[in-house]
Write a protein that binds this ligand. Structure first.
Ligand SMILES: Cc1cc2nc3c(=O)[nH]c(=O)nc-3n(C[C@H](O)[C@H](O)[C@H](O)COP(=O)(O)OP(=O)(O)OC[C@H]3O[C@@H](n4cnc5c(N)ncnc54)[C@H](O)[C@@H]3O)c2cc1C
Length: 449
């Protein structure tokens, strides 16, 4: 099935992206504004922690599907949200951080969501109460936690100052701009070294995409400069055919890919990364650290899972949830706490498009529970991801998932309509690059407008 037909098919599904209300000429978030029904039979107070891809979407769809009697409060510590998606394109100058910046104003005005700017520091699960660093507590009937991820500190560069000197830019913002400036300061004799953490981490294809974007920019602007990719994994873990082609053909002679390069430490003085596969020096070093659920989830006692099958870190870093409702799975006082987005383990990749999908399944489940109904027993979701390979071409990756009631996780499957369980682009193309921009605008409009 052609890529366009595939996306059209997904758009028609209950949890596909909402239809855009007209062509998007730029990145402003405008789109179809669904009405908030007066009464769907559901009522209650829902507090959402985190206004990223997962939290913003769940807040919106709780109102659209739950109606006016579902009171939704969204707590977010930042004043704006900077999209990680597309942020690799800041590195080659084709996008800006300001062009990737969103806020929650339209969610408040279009859907009547109460927005609280503040830091959540605790949750009293017995009392059903969210605790803030400043200001009064928030009581809930259902709680959705969507705080994204935290990063490990790499030995040798633990301090804040050294973290800034070696920007991973795996949370878009100031580090992304700093990394772009470091790349610009390179000469044609310099080397860019990046590391890829052991899976699972946020956005599986993202690091390989970054290697391509940086190599492409260096080829055009600093011919002779090199890119070394140090991967802690045994091989490319996403869009393998596309990135193998990119590394060995499109960017041959520029990118050196080193698998199994477990990072031991970084020496900031000699600008050297020490790994299981040897020592690598670079003028610019961008080490993407291993990732885990944020501190808040540890403090509240909601981290109970090692990760996906094949995970080799082997520590409890994630929150196991039931992918039918995204309720946290434990044997104690569970219930009423749902975890979505990157910190949750549910069988799907940690990605923004998937976070948007999880949020819709979760919003639907909570709406049903709040009217004493049963959740959908067989949720289906999809994942779509585009990866720029050069400044004007991109590849893509898609997957469709359905609920497995035995594992309580999502797994890939081939739908009745013949949409394959998973697939990737046959080649990188300009057409894919245009489709990528449309997909991104629609995803962000569906999340923030
Ligand atoms: C370079 C890069 C490229 C990517 N490209 C893609 C792509 O092409 N496609 C794709 O699908 N995904 C992509 N991703 C992945 C995507 O960005 C993440 O998977 C997605 O943002 C996860 O959404 P989330 O809501 O779980 O977390 P986030 O989007 O990180 O949102 C979490 C929010 O919670 C807030 N928060 C955290 N703790 C608290 C607290 N205690 N109190 C109040 N607020 C709090 C944070 O401020 C933040 O706004 C990319 C990621 C990177 C780094």
């Amino acid at each position: 099935m052609e890529r366009r037909e595939f996306l059209r098919a997904l758009g028609g599904s209950a949890i596909g992206l909402a239809a855009a209300g007209g062509a998007f000429g730029d990145d402003s978030v405008t789109g179809y504004v669904a009405p908030v029904p007066a009464d769907t039979g559901a009522s209650g107070r829902v507090v959402v922690i985190g206004g990223g891809m997962a939290g913003a979407t769940v807040a919106k769809y709780l109102r659209v599907w739950g109606g006016a009697k579902v009171k939704v409060t969204l707590v977010e510590r930042e004043s704006v949200y900077v999209s990680n998606i597309m942020s690799n394109l800041v590195l080659n100058g084709s996008r800006t951080i300001s062009g990737l910046t969103y806020n929650w104003d339209k969610l408040a005005s279009n859907y009547g969501i109460d927005r609280v700017q503040g830091e959540v520091v605790g949750v009293d699960r017995k009392a059903h109460r969210v605790l803030l660093a400043a200001g009064g507590p928030l009581d809930y009937d259902k709680l959705v936690i969507a705080p994204g991820i935290d990063f490990d500190r790499i030995p040798g560069i633990e301090s804040d100052a050294l973290q800034a000197q070696f920007p991973h830019a795996w949370k878009a913002g100031a580090q992304t701009t700093a990394l772009r400036n470091q790349i610009r300061a390179m000469t044609s004799r310099d080397t860019f070294v990046m590391t890829i953490p052991k899976a699972p981490y946020r956005c599986p294809p993202g690091p390989y995409e970054r290697a391509c974007v940086v190599a492409d920019w260096l080829k055009r602007n600093r011919r002779g400069a090199q890119v070394i990719v140090l991967d802690e994994n045994a091989g490319i873990i996403a869009e393998r055919a596309s990135f193998e082609r990119a590394f060995t053909q499109t960017h041959a002679g520029v990118i050196t890919y080193v698998p199994n390069a477990i990072v031991d430490h970084i020496d900031p003085g000699s600008l050297t990364v020490f790994t299981a596969m040897g020592e690598f020096k670079g003028k610019v070093i961008s080490p993407i650290p291993r990732q885990r659920a944020p501190r808040l989830l540890y403090d509240v006692g909601l981290v109970n899972d090692t990760g996906v099958p094949g995970d080799t870190i082997g520590e409890k870093r994630w929150s196991l949830v039931d992918a039918k409702t995204y309720e946290y799975l434990d044997n104690g006082i569970g219930g009423d706490v749902h975890i979505i987005g990157d910190p949750a383990n549910h069988g799907q990749p940690k990605a923004g498009h998937v976070a948007n999908q999880e949020a819709k399944v979760c919003a639907d489940a909570i709406t049903r529970l709040l009217r004493n109904d049963l959740p959908d027993a067989n949720p289906v979701t999809n994942s779509a991801c585009y990866s720029p390979i050069t400044f004007e071409t991109a590849s893509w990756l898609t997957a469709v998932y359905r609920y497995n009631s035995a594992s309580r996780k999502m797994e890939t499957f081939t739908s009745n309509a013949g949409v394959a369980a998973a697939g990737e682009a046959a080649s990188a193309s300009k057409d894919n690059f245009e489709q990528m921009n449309k997909w991104f605008r629609q995803l962000m409009a569906d999340t923030y407008a």
